[in-house]
Write a protein that binds this ligand. Structure first.
Ligand SMILES: Nc1ncnc2c1ncn2[C@@H]1O[C@H](COP(=O)(O)OP(=O)(O)OP(=O)(O)O)[C@@H](O)[C@H]1O
Ligand SMILES: O=P(O)(O)OC[C@H]1O[C@H](OP(=O)(O)OP(=O)(O)O)[C@H](O)[C@@H]1O
Length: 348
């Protein structure tokens, strides 16, 4: 049972009934709960747990998407927009959005790739990527024990591989086996020889599988590499590179609201990526200063009361700001101030 909560934060159990949604779809919908209907609301799926959960909540907060969610409830109505949040496991979000049951979602690109292995997108189904959210960066990698004879992915052919991403792993080893057999294919399973490599599913702590003798190698996510190193593993190949993405259904019910939410989220992501740098510099050094801080379009330059000096303001990538400040200091810039950007609309 999925529960729903009204705008005032009151709890209520939600019946699941079949109702046509507004727009072109006819969908099973949770409706008429405590007098509130979801039919007029855009549905937005958010990871309910795991690595992406808190970052997504912060992103919603930064985008002024206001809601109150009771800890036991998987749906929360948004107070200030015709939107309802649906809290789902990251792995399930591509299914709900891909089938058009939910309009928008945030999940990892790896989860979309895993889903698309078994449910390839068609003209009317599957998800569209709206934004790369620049967090949740990781890579799905083939890993083997540091000590041992396995050195390349081909060495795992015919052996045991453990993963939570069985579809991507099957596709990967199917291609590898076909290549080894001198019969390269696009990885499609139709008419292919039986897979020699055994791909086994585990839901978590995949890294323990080799040490416990369940696997010869694993296919698992790596970010910092700490888990892999601690488990005595090394990466020998990358299956998919991933980050969190905003996705939409091909039948999203309210395109204007989708656009508004995308713009708000993009504003927050951009704000997090950049800082605002202001400083004073001699006008004779302005060209050099411009090269160091070109801004997104161009820096803002204002005359100072003091002759021969200007004040400059420009957005600078957060990761580049220390080097930019070093270089500005070298050309004689002074009064450098770096400010956090709370939110932004950059127009592209
Ligand atoms: N170490 C990591 N660093 C960055 N992103 C990650 C990492 N691990 C997973 N992710 C991203 O987060 C998504 C969800 O993974 P996670 O394991 O947190 O979800 P979960 O299985 O729902 O949660 P849990 O593991 O708590 O049950 C992954 O598909 C991936 O895109
Ligand atoms: O490279 P690292 O920064 O160490 O991150 C990688 C780890 O993060 C993920 O697991 P998570 O911690 O989410 O838990 P899980 O094993 O239960 O999936 C992933 O499955 C790795 O185990």
């Amino acid at each position: 049972m999925v529960f729903i909560q009204d705008e005032n934060g009151t709890n209520g159990a939600g019946d699941v009934t079949t109702r046509p949604r507004q727009g072109s779809r006819s969908l099973p919908m949770m409706t008429d709960v405590l007098g509130y209907s979801l039919n007029d609301r855009l549905l937005f799926a958010v990871p309910k747990k795991g690595r992406l959960h808190q970052v997504c909540l912060d992103l919603l907060h930064g985008s002024d998407i206001q809601f109150h969610r009771h800890s036991r409830l998987d749906i929360a109505l948004v107070k200030n927009l015709p939107l309802a949040l649906v809290f789902l496991p990251a792995a399930d979000i591509p299914t709900f959005v891909g089938e058009g049951r939910v309009d928008l979602g945030i999940t990892g690109r790896d989860q979309v790739a895993e889903h698309e292995c078994i449910v390839p997108p068609t003209e009317t189904t599957g998800v569209e990527e709206l934004l790369d959210l620049d967090f949740g960066k990781c890579a799905l990698q083939v890993q083997v024990p540091q000590k041992g004879s396995l050195a390349k992915p081909e060495d795992l052919i015919g052996k045991n591989v453990v993963t939570s991403f069985t579809n991507l792993a099957v596709q990967y080893f199917r291609r590898l086996e076909a290549e080894q057999a001198g019969n390269a294919t696009n990885g499609d399973s139709n008419g292919q020889a039986k897979l020699k490599t055994a791909i086994k599913f585990v839901g978590g702590s995949v890294e323990a599988a080799c040490a416990l003798g369940v696997a010869d190698g694993i296919v698992d996510l790596v970010e910092s590499g700490e888990t892999m190193r601690a488990a005595g593993l090394k990466a020998i190949s990358t299956v998919v590179s991933s980050s969190a993405i905003l996705i939409k259904s091909k039948h999203a019910s309210d395109p204007k609201l989708v656009e508004l939410i995308t713009a708000r989220i993009k504003g927050v992501i951009t704000a997090q990526k950049y800082v605002l740098c202001t400083y004073n510099v001699e006008r004779s050094k302005l060209d050099a200063a411009r090269k160091i801080t070109p801004g997104r379009r161009a820096p803002t330059v204002n005359a100072l009361e003091e002759d021969g000096w200007v004040a400059v303001q420009a957005m600078v990538l957060r990761r580049d700001i220390a080097i930019a400040m070093d270089k500005l200091t070298e050309i004689g810039a002074s009064d450098l101030i770096v400010t956090k950007i709370e939110n932004s609309r950059t127009g592209d």
